[in-house]
Design a binder for this molecule. Sequence first.
Ligand code: 5AD
Ligand code: SF4
Length: 443
Amino acid sequence: MKPAPKTFHVKSFGCQMNVYDGERMAELMGAQGMVAADADSSDLVVLNTCHIREKATEKVYSDIGRLRKDQGKLGRTPMIAVAGCVAQAEGEEIVRRAKVDVVVGPQAYHNLPALVAKAAAGTSALDTDLPALTKFGHLPARRRVGPSAFLTVQEGCDKFCTYCVVPYTRGAEVSRPFAAIVDEAKALVDAGAREITLLGQNVNAWDHDEKGLHDLIRALDRIPGLARIRYTTSHPNDMTQGLIDAHAQVESLMPFLHLPVQAGSDRVLKAMNRAHTRDSYLRLIDRIRAARPDIALSGDFIVGFPGETDAQFAETLSLVDAVGYAQAFSFKYSPRPGTPAATLPGQIPAEVMDDRLQRLQAALNRDQHAFNRASVGRTCPVLIERSGKLPGQMLGKSPWLQSVHLVTGGQIGDLVDITLATAGPKSLSGVPTTVAALQRTVA
Ligand code: 5AD
Ligand code: SF4
């Protein structure tokens, strides 16, 4: 028997959907009367895990060890719950290997209070069922959020890229109903959000009652007080004309698109089962840019997919040159148990992967810096999200999702008109437009 926990801490790894799930778990525990605290002093620690690459999984086990050690020094034994995609993929194995109290999958975390109660009664508790969408009906209402909030609209994936665990850990593609999403968006705005990022593993595959993501975006655009809409992550093959048109016509839809391509060689794309080609991706980008010329593009890349030759990797570099990304994520291929690519011949040696990743990241960083430099002089609204390290400094985001440092009288949650003044590799500084105009007059 362990005493029922009074304090809790949720630590989320991985993607933005895990951040969203972590917030909802915290709200759930808050509704049970539990109070949020530090990892070192909490009675219950929830590790909301990611299974996308191997390192992330190993990190969970080392985190459990460190947590026990740190709290042990203070004479405490925390209750540990493993949630998220590692919980889904490993299930019982985590209980066996790490003797944790609770294991709960990403579609079952509405049962967390019951599982915690069971663990407090002395039996380890596990729920890795995958009932689509059930959890949303069991979560408390949104009450307090920051200026930029996440909202999950779609989960799961039917694409089965050969390297990816998502179809196994998050299940098949399911879309939340239109009305439930609009209601949650309104609640988020009432709770303080000015920007909402719609989340889904395949967010642009969202559909409900013959409506597509563009219809949803147009409905959210009408919510008073909601200034900005974003969405992530999209698959190139689900980028409909309706969505492209929305980028041209809906003012609150920000000029930013995360559109993973993964690789630049058709042979590699085929082996990855991406179902698009280099050329179809580049033509799609042309159509999106025609609709919204200032759109900032982002992507995901994998280097060292089994069998990838130097020449094929060079095609990834040339695709990067052709697109000119404003930012991007890049990873070394990590074989995931149970995925088709894990057993393919031609696994790439670590030093080759390291070298390719370095070269790719150098190209992506170069382009990000260039994009930032090209933004200098632009005037745009910045949404202030938090205060910066220096006195009076605030941090916010431009419409193109660049981090902007500025000194302003504004508060967190304000949209301030600024002129982008200087550019670094990862962020920019901005000057309130009124001040910039004054500086120009004086000069
Ligand atoms: N190895 C490396 N990167 C992966 N991703 C997904 N699966 C793997 C894997 N097995 C990357 C893809 C995806 C992003 C979320 O993670 O680039 O778009
Ligand atoms: Fe994974 Fe591919 Fe689905 Fe993205 S589209 S979640 S990479 S299977």
